[in-house]
Ligand binder design. Sequence first.
Ligand code: UGA
Length: 436
Amino acid sequence: MGAARIVVVGTGYVGLTTGACLASLGHRVTCVDVDAAKVARLSAGRVDILEPGLSELVAHGLTGGTLSFVVRAREVVADADAVFLCVPTPMGAGGAADLRAVEDVVLAIADVLPSGCSVVTKSTVPVGTARRIRALLDRPDVPVVSNPEFLREGTAVSDFLGPDRIVVGSDTPGAAERVAELYAELDAPAVVTDAASAELVKYAANCFLAMKLSYVNSIAELCERFGADIESVTEGMGHDRRIGRSFLKPGPGWGGSCLPKDTSALLRMAESAGFGFGLLDAAIAENLAQRDRVIAKIARAVGGNLADARIGLLGLAFKAGTNDLRDSPALAVASVLCAHGAEVTAYDPAVAGEQPGMLVADSPYRVAKGADVVVVLTEWPEFRRLDWPYMAELMHGDTVVDTRNLLDPRTVLDAGLCWQGIGRPRATVGSATSVS
Ligand code: UGA
């Protein structure tokens, strides 16, 4: 297929990345969003999301006339070859995905879709959604295709243009192949399958990643108990190609707008299919336990009593490279600390403005001032380059709890502070530590 006419509904980070990247592949893309102010900003080339390369692609598409933004889907689908649904599917009642936004769009365009135009689900939707959309559409001449995205926040554009794989599934013969053709320019294997399998791939992949992290966080806890070092343990595991090196870093627990939502949703889906997914349930429980262990570690660092302790937090975003606070483990830790009566000051290079219960500072040194303990919660590389002797001078206490194993323990130690990571030996002044 050459250039196709594509409509993308929803301009969140998935929709906007999809629209701008499909335009960069040579397709004519119209992006739709109900938020008129956002449409006006995007039409002027203003992108609110912190996503490397995205503003440039949007600007390029706008100038080249391959990308445009409008408010109403009904007015632009009449000559579309494919309509991509990229609207939010938040966690609804009982942990299941809330599909109202998807259904609203489908109902709004059902009668104006041209015959043969594919309706493509890009947002993560429960298994069985394609079938549900087909029933809602009631248009046998309009195929429904599942084409899940595997974009990570912070690297969404490069993930889109250099994917590990393209997954497309449909129950209409030939429809999945036609959608796969839209990506023909990309050098990636295509998995062409039925709709339910494509829908399940997305959950199976995200939940596997979450389980991998919960497993690593548990092994890190064992490392602390056995006096082992998680860095060496994961290095030794990662060389095994069946395991792989990525997604093996312990942390304060996994978060963000996807893994928590998708793990709960798959658990609920399994339940409603009569399968108790114990492995996944345990991974979710372990994630909460990891947060509790981080809190306990911070409490120990201030002598056991969090009430009135002055705690400085480095990082609020759910991971480095983004300003996204949705389901951020850092925020969850902060709110528990506040609830225990601690006085919390936080700094994140990408986050400004107020957060309930704490002071958000505009400098990492403000965070250190008078702090009984400083806690690294997001792995921003710049924290490694702080003036740690100055941090030590500003602090009241002498411990840095590094929940991302980000800092060089030696640097912290040389500044006269104690360093405590996750699953690694504690580095204290005078200790014969092997951490490097
Ligand atoms: C995740 C998946 O990685 C993407 O493939 C997927 O497309 C996306 O969800 C989605 O469903 O849209 P994302 O939420 O951007 O992407 O974040 P990740 O980079 O996967 O990180 C998730 C969490 O795991 C973060 O809290 C991160 O700090 C944590 N993490 C990640 C670790 O603690 N250790 C690691 O080694 C890696």
